[in-house]
Design a protein around this ligand. Structure first.
Ligand SMILES: Cc1cc2nc3c(=O)[nH]c(=O)nc-3n(C[C@H](O)[C@H](O)[C@H](O)COP(=O)(O)OP(=O)(O)OC[C@H]3O[C@@H](n4cnc5c(N)ncnc54)[C@H](O)[C@@H]3O)c2cc1C
Ligand code: FES
Ligand code: FES
Length: 483
């Protein structure tokens, strides 16, 4: 059984197909049809709802796409839908702002925008235009146009974040804590099909040993598309979002370790502290809804050649901590990807965490080339970690996505860089060597020729930006590019 608050109402569900999405549940079972379905793939934001969870004694509000969130993952959370915002007959301030500033025309996208604005209202009492754009980047409108919607969100600045939800916060926290105290884990059943919610690494291992064919679910921002787009109905789904060891963030003198089920949003501040360009890249990964759900572990395990974090993790020489019935092992990420969407993950295995050595003496540059700034997949993603002594390259790790069947390092180019000055003439051999490393393909995002040229140009860009950063005596550059 799973239990969650739907708005203020306690809901318990025992029997339900494990692949049921929150959107499907809302519209077909709970008869709450304010939440709309546009794309069913996390792209349009029409299905946006807000989840509240107890974090460090407070309620943390996050906007998510209900179309790619599975119902079972709601256990112990509060699901807030657009129907619930109006309280005691009065519109919520975000709804009133949309009315006052004419932010809705046909209205199809409006509930999604309202929920993203509600997220912003609860998290940021003085939103800037940049905050608003980031909060709304995952919501598409096809008829009103964005100006009045952005104006509505901006008009909320200075209003504070107090509302009927704040008044009930203590009560909501207590109700959610009671659910998890009484029933830390949960499950859904539908005949032989199951949704399992282990709470420890041992329990996760046991579930995978019992059901070696089970599918692992973290944020679901990749996995759920197999359900909504390919109509798959897995027999057993195991949710990692309550596995304590996979939810940890650790920081020592020498490294940081990010649990495989930590969301991008939760990992961001630690990455910002140590690897600013990496954190900046995350701002360009999907939308806020995607980052509130998606995880580094899912991105790595998914092994997509155009995933954004593997090139950076390759450049940073990250280590993956894996666990399976055969035991625990730590492998460098450079050994993990073995072929197109193939990895060294052992049978019935999982990633526990990702360890990144701290390397403040090296320069890190990260670039994402995509057609749109927001919510777009990379044509090329590049991350360079360079060690320099007196202007000469002593070591280099160049990680690339979009250049081969797997995320990969450019080993020939790395070799050609070492011993050379990090200057325009000094990198020419490395630029040429990139064509030995990669023969990228043509696809909808870019031609192979374009990709290779971009990769070579990004190396040059790193040199030019390094020169200008040195003038400002910044060790690490924040360089994220789009085209
Ligand atoms: C609208 C949209 C935009 C997106 N934009 C980007 C983008 O810009 N850049 C980008 O890189 N990606 C993007 N993605 C893809 C996706 O968000 C990321 O790949 C994300 O990191 C996946 O993480 P997740 O937690 O959602 O994984 P899930 O979808 O839950 O899982 C992905 C895969 O990993 C497996 N898995 C999950 N956790 C583990 C574990 N601990 N051990 C072993 N296997 C595991 C699952 O079984 C599944 O096969 C986008 C997706 C959407 C829907
Ligand atoms: S329906 Fe488009 S993001 Fe969910
Ligand atoms: S109001 Fe019609 S799509 Fe936004």
């Amino acid at each position: 059984m799973i239990r969650f608050l739907m708005n203020d109402q306690m809901v318990s569900i025992e029997q339900c197909a494990p692949h049921t999405t929150v959107l499907e549940y809302l519209r077909t079972k709970a008869e709450q049809r304010g939440t709309k379905e546009g794309c069913a793939s996390g792209d349009c934001g029409a299905c946006t709802v807000v989840l509240a969870e107890v974090t460090e004694g407070r309620l943390q509000y996050r906007n998510i796409n209900s179309c790619i969130t599975l119902l079972g993952s709601l256990h112990g959370k509060q699901l807030i839908t657009v129907e619930h915002l109006k309280q005691q007959g009065a519109l919520h301030p975000v709804q009133q702002a949309m009315v006052d500033l004419h932010g809705s025309q046909c209205g199809f996208c409006t509930p999604g925008f309202i929920m993203s604005m509600f997220f912003l209202y609860k998290n940021c009492s003085e939103p800037t235009r940049a905050d608003v754009e980031q909060a709304l980047a995952g919501n598409l409108c096809r008829c009103t146009g964005y100006r009045p919607i952005i104006d509505a969100a901006l008009s909320l600045a200075g209003q504070g974040s107090n509302d009927a939800f704040s008044e009930k916060e203590a009560q909501t926290i207590s109700r959610l804590q009671t659910i998890l105290a009484q029933q830390p884990s949960g499950s859904l059943l539908d005949g032989s099909r199951q949704f399992l919610i282990p709470t420890s690494s041992d329990a996760l291992l046991q579930s995978l040993t019992d059901y070696p064919e089970a599918k692992l679910l973290a944020g679901g921002t990749d996995f759920s598309l197999s359900i909504t787009q390919q109509l798959q109905q897995p027999e057993v789904i195991i949710y990692t979002g309550r596995v304590a060891e996979l939810m940890q963030l650790e920081e020592t003198e020498h490294n940081i370790t990010i649990g495989a089920a930590v969301s991008y949003s939760d990992a961001e501040s630690l990455l910002h502290k140590h690897f600013l360009p990496f954190a900046s890249l995350l701002e360009r990964l999907g939308s806020l809804q995607v980052r509130n759900q998606g995880t580094l572990g899912g991105n790595v395990a998914n092994a997509s050649p155009i995933g954004d974090t593997p090139p950076v993790l390759l450049a940073l020489d990250a280590v993956l901590h894996l666990r399976s019935p055969a035991g625990r092992e730590a492998i460098p990420i450079s050994d993990f990807f073995t072929g197109y969407r193939q990895t060294k993950l052992p049978p019935a295995g999982f990633i526990e965490s990702i360890e990144i050595p701290l390397q403040s003496e090296r320069t890190l540059c990260v670039y994402k080339i995509s057609k749109r700034l927001d919510d777009d997949i990379s044509a090329v993603c590049a991350a360079f970690s360079i060690a320099l002594k007196d202007g000469v390259v002593t070591d280099a790790r160049l990680g690339f996505g979009g250049m081969a069947a797997t995320p990969a390092r450019a080993l020939h180019a790395e070799k050609a860089l070492i011993g050379q000055p990090f200057t325009e003439p000094g990198i020419i051999a490395a630029q040429q060597a990139l064509s030995q490393d990669f023969s990228p393909i043509d696809d909808v995002r870019a031609t192979g020729t374009y990709r290779l040229q971009v990769a070579q140009n990004l190396l040059l860009r790193a040199v030019l930006e390094h020169d200008s950063e040195q003038e400002n005596s910044n060790q690490i550059m924040e360089v994220v590019q789009y085209a």
